[in-house]
Design a protein around this ligand. Structure first.
Ligand code: UD2
Ligand code: MN
Length: 579
């Protein structure tokens, strides 16, 4: 009896203590739960500590249990070859789409592809309450089967609970099947796939921004319209964003052959690469520095990257809109990857590449579409004009000079008004480019050091024939030639920098026993052997102690013993104006 009363009392006390603790916890947590994250501030993080992915010994929680083996054209990501009598169709579709749609048409929209991830990737458990996601696919005149295979793979390989929708945004295509059959086709997906259309051509950049505004998901993922997402691609992309809404994530992009649709892993499985750039704003990939890799405990974990290729990435929708989406002054194609990258990093966010998320992309043979009305009345290439907008907004003065040294014509291009962009940068209290170079893109200088200024640039005219040095559009290694001077620059735009490097675009001009050659510049160097004498107009090769000469009969270019009176050894730099 006594025992039981004492027992009851201690039980009561215990219950009381538990109740007090529980109430305390509720009061303590309540305010935190209700302000899960603050939407109003760019750069703000989720306040609630959210669970991290965990590496487990069994199969990860979102991994498919098994994949059915199938037979058929292109199955397993194998190349598919058409018969000889189909060659006409193949050629036709190649010139219409930049890829072999006739081949794609014979491959199942639900084909299997090889799992190209590192083995470790199959053993991650991801949070189960990942944010709902809209996958946005913008397209202009894409091949039917390629576009729809992109949609099918997203539906087949994304967790249905996470996938809010696939949002197709048609950038004013004029192909009949896209105009009239697509609405019917997507009905089979019961509302999971939505289609909206531009009423005029906007270009991919503005079309993507429109997609962001129209999407319903908390996170948006962009894909090009010729992709195949790989096994369990989505959760690893979402997990970093789930913990911190200012992280943008990027999958590793495998290649799909544009002739055979063979699916090929881009890198072997344990080496990691990340996106950087050279000073003419060409996108490059570079092995990830140890400083970055060593921050992680497992080699399949995401790592930080200065930039990305452009097409494929995931981002919190609201965060993207707070950043102003893409600069609306960027036209059609190109440079938007840098704009977004600089903006994210400099204004408090970050970019991570995710080894466990793989997506295949068809790199086309050539660009099958033109830039339409949007490119008319523009002096200079749209892409370079876009770059100019981006560097004028985000670079510090010193870095702008590197860009203009590498792209001297860009100084003359009209980039439009960037007041709004500058204002955004100020409003979001973004850091300067020096900070970005020192803390994020510190591997750029290793490959592409500061550029010495140009001493001379323009067409390089021969004193004897009135012709100009020209690459003939060939890539390195190849012999340089002379051609009629056309005054447009391009393959005739030559630069000589203060350290003796003679360059054209991102390539260098060098000389050996065969002649004057277009060559790859030595990575990490900006110097060269050339000395231009403004008095005699000769170009001396310092090492061989000979001068650049044109053969009077054959027009072959080579080094000859210097003779200042020989007009075939005289060269004139003539600046070019855009027209
Ligand atoms: C790369 C990117 C691409 C984009 C581009 C630079 C990858 C794999 N691809 O070129 O996404 O960032 O660099 O801007 O990183 N499109 C339109 N309207 C247009 C033109 C294109 O909607 O006026 C669509 C097109 O159908 C495709 C997407 O935009 O779905 C990207 O175009 P792309 O595939 O020609 O670009 P790509 O891969 O050469
Ligand atoms: Mn593409």
């Amino acid at each position: 009896m006594v025992v039981s009363i004492v027992g009851r009392r201690t039980r009561l006390v215990r219950i009381l203590i538990i109740a007090v603790i529980a109430l305390g916890l509720i009061f303590f947590l309540m305010p935190k739960m209700s302000q899960n994250y603050d939407n109003s501030l760019v750069g703000s993080k989720y306040l609630k500590e959210r669970s991290k992915p965990v590496l487990v010994t069994n199969l990860g929680n979102f991994e498919p249990k098994e994949v059915n083996k199938k037979d058929g054209p292109g199955e397993g990501g194998k190349p598919h070859y058409l018969r000889d009598d189909q060659q006409n169709d193949a050629d036709e579709s190649e010139s219409e789409y930049g890829m072999n749609i006739a081949c794609s048409d014979e491959i199942s929209l639900d084909r299997n592809i090889p799992d190209t991830r590192m083995k470790e990737c199959r053993h991650w458990n991801y949070p189960t309450d990942l944010p709902k996601t809209s996958v946005i696919i913008v397209f202009h005149n894409e091949g039917w089967s390629v576009l729809l295979r992109t949609v099918h793979t997203v539906i087949n390989r994304s967790p249905p609970t996470v996938l809010e929708e696939v949002l197709l945004v048609d950038d004013y295509s004029d192909k009949e099947n896209l105009k009239s059959d697509l609405d019917n086709y997507i009905e089979q997906f019961n509302g999971k796939v939505r289609l909206i259309r531009n009423t005029e051509r906007e270009g991919l950049i503005r079309t993507r921004s429109r997609g962001a505004k129209e999407a319903k998901g908390e996170v948006i993922v962009y894909l090009d319209a010729h992709c195949e997402v790989n096994v369990n691609w989505l959760p690893p992309l979402l997990a970093p964003i789930y913990r911190d809404r200012t992280v943008m994530t990027v999958p590793i992009i495998d290649g799909i052959d544009h002739k055979t649709f063979e699916y090929r892993p881009v890198y072997g499985d344990s080496r990691h690469y990340r996106g950087i750039f050279e000073w003419g704003m060409l996108y490059k990939e570079n092995e990830v520095p140890d400083r970055e890799l060593s921050k992680r405990s497992h080699n399949s974990e995401p790592y930080k990257s200065p930039t990305h290729a452009g097409g494929l990435f995931a981002i919190n929708r609201q965060y993207f809109l707070e950043l102003g989406a893409y600069d609306p002054g960027l036209l059609v194609w190109g440079g938007e990857n840098f704009e977004l990258s600089f903006k994210i990093w400099q204004c408090g966010g970050s970019i991570e590449w995710v080894p466990c998320s793989r997506v295949g992309h068809v790199y086309r043979g050539f660009m099958p579409y033109n830039f339409g009305k949007l490119a008319q009345k523009k002096k200079g290439p749209l892409i370079t004009i876009n770059y100019k907008r981006v560097i004028e907004t985000w670079f510090d003065e010193k870095y702008k000079e590197f860009f203009y040294t590498r792209e001297p014509m860009a100084r003359f291009y009209d980039m439009g008004d960037i007041t709004e962009q500058k204002y955004l940068k100020e409003r979001l209290k973004c850091k300067n480019f020096d900070w970005y170079m020192e803390n994020v893109a510190y591997d750029v200088y290793e490959k592409f050091p500061e550029l010495p200024p140009n001493l001379h640039w323009g067409e390089l005219r021969s004193g004897a024939t009135d012709k100009c040095l020209d690459t003939l559009g060939h890539g390195p290694p190849s012999l340089m030639a002379v051609q009629h001077c056309h005054g447009y620059g391009n393959n005739q735009l030559i630069r000589l920098n203060a350290k003796g490097q003679l360059g054209i675009g991102e390539r260098c001009i060098e000389a050996d026993s065969q002649g004057i050659k277009l060559a790859f510049c030595r990575l990490g160097t900006v110097n060269g052997p050339w000395i231009y004498d403004e008095g005699t107009h000769t170009l001396l090769h310092r090492v061989h102690k000979k001068c650049m000469a044109l053969h009077p009969q054959t027009s072959h270019l080579s080094l000859m013993p210097c003779d200042v009176n020989n007009t075939y050894q005289q060269w004139y730099f003539k600046q070019i104006q855009p027209r």
